[in-house]
Design a protein around this ligand. Structure first.
Ligand code: A3P
Length: 322
């Protein structure tokens, strides 16, 4: 893994300082508009570095998602499927290590120029059109996960409030962004890695063009029935479940291990902390409810319809519906 050099960092910071900014979501950092998407500077520095230096290998598999779409779940499933001959549920590193730490996250500027053999799974929140050129040129595989925009919004709103509150203990409830204010921004496309519809559309269109290279998944479909998707993922990763594994219940075992109930109750995820650049974040912040339709507890029907209409309009003609 390579880290961003001080020189590159200074150069990126100079560029970032000139970008359009939006400060309303959180006092931690402003969102910055870069190549059509809103980034927090700590991730944008990494993204810029990766764009300049990342050498994708044809054997890499990139797990891509916008934030709060179920990234932890996708990572846990893919990791468990890909390593199932090495580990069982009891010996899995996921038992003791936070899921995000089991798979390198490109947006920190990790793995930029590493050559040699490496674990095939890597992760990023970067939009498709912002991916390093080598990802497209190498023909490496991509698994993309998206989620209903209303649940995605609610999850994001909770998460950013939680992280903000933990960073600024003196802030009171009323100092944090309200659901209405955040919703207005989200509907304008101003959100972490937003516009959300552009993030989804980029990968959707690419998956239509290169179905053999890009597997496009939806959180709600996978929640309804996970097994067909676990099988799909295994085939896509080039390690399909054998009929003995299927008969022996291996797929179900993995699904149960990766379920919200199981993962959120592991000690490491209940009480552990992980370092995110200069911040310590509670692993538990990544496990809230893990339910479909929780938006109804926070948004009015009218707000829900408004966001649905925006999505419908933005995705019209693409063949993708939520
Ligand atoms: P909620 O806030 O709606 O509960 P990400 O992993 O991209 O940060 O997404 C976080 C969302 O995924 C949160 O949604 C979280 O609760 C949910 N989640 C975490 N682990 C999950 C799992 N194993 N299965 C399903 N959902 C999960």
């Amino acid at each position: 893994a390579a880290n961003i050099s001080a020189e590159s960092q200074e150069e990126y910071r100079k560029i970032i300082s000139t970008l359009p900014k939006e400060t309303a979501w959180t006092p931690m950092q402003p969102l910055c508009l870069y190549q059509g998407f809103w980034f927090f500077p700590i991730f944008l520095e990494g993204a810029m570095y990766i764009q300049d230096h990342f050498q994708a290998q044809s054997t890499d598999v990139l797990l891509c998602s916008s934030v709060k779409t179920g990234t932890v779940w996708l990572k846990a499933l893919c990791f468990s499927i890909a390593t199932r001959t090495q580990f069982n549920n009891y010996t899995s590193p996921l038992q003791t290590t936070f899921t995000h730490q089991c798979i390198p996250f490109l947006d920190y500027g990790e793995y930029a120029a590493s050559q040699g053999p490496r674990f095939p799974l890597l992760a990023t929140h970067m939009p498709y059109t912002c991916l390093p050129k080598s990802v497209i040129d190498s023909g490496c595989k991509i698994v993309y996960l998206c989620r209903d925009p209303k649940d995605n919004f609610v999850s994001l709103w909770h998460f950013l409030r939680k992280v903000t509150r933990n960073s600024f203990k003196e802030l009171k409830e009323g100092d944090l962004i309200s659901v209405e204010e955040a919703f207005e921004l989200f509907c304008k496309g101003i959100s972490f890695y937003g516009p959300y519809w552009e993030h989804v559309l980029g990968y959707w269109n690419a998956s239509l063009e290169h179905p053999e290279r890009i597997l496009f998944l939806k959180y709600e479909d996978m929640m309804k029935e996970t097994a067909p998707y676990a099988k799909k993922i295994a085939e896509f990763l080039g390690c399909p479940f054998s009929s003995e594994e299927e008969r022996g219940g291996r797929i179900q075992e993995i699904i149960e291990f990766c379920s919200f109930e199981n993962l959120s109750n592991l000690e490491v995820n209940k009480a552990g902390l992980h370092q995110k650049k200069d911040k310590l974040i509670e692993n538990s912040a990544y496990f809230r409810k893990g339910k479909v339709g929780d938006w109804r507890n926070y948004l009015t029907t009218e707000m829900g319809e408004r966001l649905d209409n925006i999505m419908e309009q933005k995705l019209s003609g693409s063949g993708l519906i939520f």
